[in-house]
Design a binder for this molecule. Structure first.
Ligand SMILES: Nc1ncnc2c1ncn2[C@@H]1O[C@H](COP(=O)(O)OP(=O)(O)OP(=O)(O)O)[C@@H](O)[C@H]1O
Ligand SMILES: [Mg+2]
Length: 332
């Protein structure tokens, strides 16, 4: 059974007003335990609206959301409990930080779960460790942190609840490449340690290409593609029509294919592109070496043997060497 399932999920904002807006429409989505799903789509395609339904933060206008087979809006208590199982890190971490110290902010979720003091402390330190926030940050005000540190504190606050599903809305937006890579590593390490299911919303195609095993593409509130990165990124023209670009490696590979290089179809990371090019180089190197060998041999066959006249004469005059014991076969 799917861990998360939405059934004909639609959400309309400001119904009955001039600002009425259908943000997600008739979404049927499932995620299995342990999956790492990337959610992509142009600005305004409904990504944030969609994921906020998965932990009950938004209620569907029509349709249903199930967690482990049960409708998450079945009862108030159930919806409350789901928030701890499905952790959501907001697109803007500022919305998630409101306590006076980083420690209290990270502890907010576990406190709400009604956990004992010791366990809260243990979880806060574990979560801070996952995101690389050391002891020195614990008593700082979250409002004095840098953008990247705020992002980490917000992620730690969610991780401290040890959710079975971790949903992150553009967790690396606005960070430098090193900061982005660290956050992604933190997420991976939480996933590996707790066997969590991860849903990652991002505009960063390189990031998604390197990490997820499945991509869901939203357009105008609908799921328009759902498949492996290889499948989704092979449709670079379609992506471009939807306002997105395939990762650089896919585009370079596509270009090289049009120039005649027989590259494999499922290239979407630079690592894979490099490996594939090296293999081709290796093969062409081998081919070149074999061709050269053939040329040499062909040349040798056509070319008269380069022998000194005396040698030829000498060889011709020399009597054959017979082995008396082998039945008369001539040895060269
Ligand atoms: N609180 C709201 N009230 C009214 N309309 C909203 C609200 N939040 C979002 N919308 C509208 O719903 C649509 C989907 O927005 P959403 O924020 O889900 O998109 P998104 O894919 O997350 O975009 P982005 O990549 O910019 O974060 C947009 O047209 C947006 O203007
Ligand atoms: Mg968004």
């Amino acid at each position: 059974m799917a861990l998360i399932r939405t059934e004909n999920l639609s959400h309309t904002y400001s119904t009955g007003t001039p600002f009425e807006r259908v943000a997600v429409h008739d979404i049927n989505f499932t995620a299995e335990k342990g999956e790492y799903v990337g959610i992509i789509g142009a600005t305004g395609s409904g990504k944030s609206t969609f994921i906020q339904h998965l932990n009950g933060l938004l209620k569907p206008t029509t349709g249903n959301v199930y967690y482990d087979g049960t409708d998450i809006h079945e009862s108030k208590k159930h919806t409350h409990d789901i928030r701890f199982k499905v952790g959501l890190v907001f697109q803007y971490p500022e919305y998630q930080l409101f306590e006076s110290t980083v420690f209290d902010d990270i502890a907010f979720g576990p406190k709400n779960m009604g956990l004992p003091e010791d366990e809260i402390r243990e979880r806060v330190y574990e979560a801070a460790g996952f995101v690389g926030l050391g002891e020195s940050f614990m008593e700082k005000s979250p409002f004095g942190l840098s953008g990247g540190e705020k992002r980490r504190a917000a992620i730690a606050g969610v991780i401290a609840m040890r959710p079975e599903v971790l949903i992150l809305d553009e967790p690396t937006a606005g960070l430098d490449p090193q900061g982005q890579a660290e956050i992604i590593r933190n997420i991976m390490s939480y996933k590996a340690t707790h066997g969590a299911t991860v849903l990652l919303v991002t505009h960063n195609m390189e990031e998604i290409a390197r990490n997820v095993n499945r991509i869901v593409l939203l357009n105008k509130g609908n799921i328009v593609m759902d498949g492996t990165p290889a499948h989704v990124f092979s449709e670079s023209e379609r992506l471009s029509k939807l306002g997105l670009a395939a990762p650089k490696a896919s585009l370079i590979a596509a270009k090289l294919r049009t120039l005649g290089l027989p590259l494999e179809q499922d290239i979407y990371t630079l690592k894979r592109l490099r490996k594939n090019l090296n293999e081709l180089k290796g093969e062409s190197g081998k081919l070149k070496a074999e061709n050269e060998q053939h040329e040499i041999m062909a040349g040798q066959m056509n070319r008269p043997p380069v022998l000194q006249q005396e040698d030829v004469t000498g060889q011709m005059n020399r009597p054959p060497v017979w082995d008396a014991n082998d039945g008369g076969e001539q040895h060269a």
